[in-house]
Design a protein. Structure first.
Length: 202
């Protein structure tokens, strides 16, 4: 985790206190939950790669009782399939202003915006980064966006950045990742799939 010295939120008790309040974690997809590369097959369908480490991070958040999901500017079958498999609580696609969706998700789950964390990587994530109780970016995020983030992960997008954020939230709330996993060790990631994810329309 990197928290630059000129950020309003400094390392230590203040940031830990903010992370301790988080009840919802939302991630951008392209460039955050993936490395941003888009492959197209001969039919024009998008093929993406997802980090299993990030999937584990979302599973651990589920076991800790924290809502988690994806907010994307794109809509594609690859992301929806991954979202269904790992059983996210929400998957919002084809979104313009992600802050509006984040705010409505907070209302949906009876939370304040201060209890929400958003992690992104580029300019279309900026409003949500600014609106969230904790705004985070991946290590290779656009430089113009990094200056607005409270937390910058060391990992790059699609390479464990979401897992890094999950570990930070869990540690701030007193959860031990090993204990969380061992509490239900016979249930692998992906054993709580969603047959269909109904979007929350704003």
């Amino acid at each position: 985790m990197i928290v630059p010295d000129d950020r309003p939120v400094k390392p230590g008790n203040e940031l830990t206190g903010k992370l301790a309040r988080i009840r919802l974690v939302a991630a951008d997809v392209d460039g955050t939950f993936t490395d941003g590369t888009l492959y197209y097959d001969t039919n024009g369908s998008v093929i993406k790669g997802f980090s299993s480490n990030d999937g584990m991070g979302l599973e651990l958040l589920r076991r800790a009782g924290i809502k988690r999901g994806l907010i994307s500017g794109r809509k594609d079958n690859a992301t929806e399939a991954r979202a269904r498999f790992i059983g996210v609580d929400f998957y919002e696609s084809a979104i313009g202003d992600k802050a509006v969706v984040l705010g409505n998700l907070a209302k949906r789950y009876g939370l304040s915006i201060e209890e929400c964390l958003f992690i992104g990587d580029d300019l279309n994530d900026l409003t949500a980064i600014q609106a969230a109780g904790v705004g985070a970016v991946v290590g290779n995020a656009n430089p113009a966006v990094k200056k607005f983030a409270a937390v910058i992960t060391e990992a790059h997008g699609g390479q464990g950045a979401v897992r890094e954020i999950a570990d930070l939230v869990l540690a701030a709330q007193g959860f031990d990742a090993v204990s969380l996993w061992m509490s239900d060790k016979d249930t692998p990631v992906g054993m709580h799939p969603r047959e269909k994810i109904e979007p929350f329309h704003t």
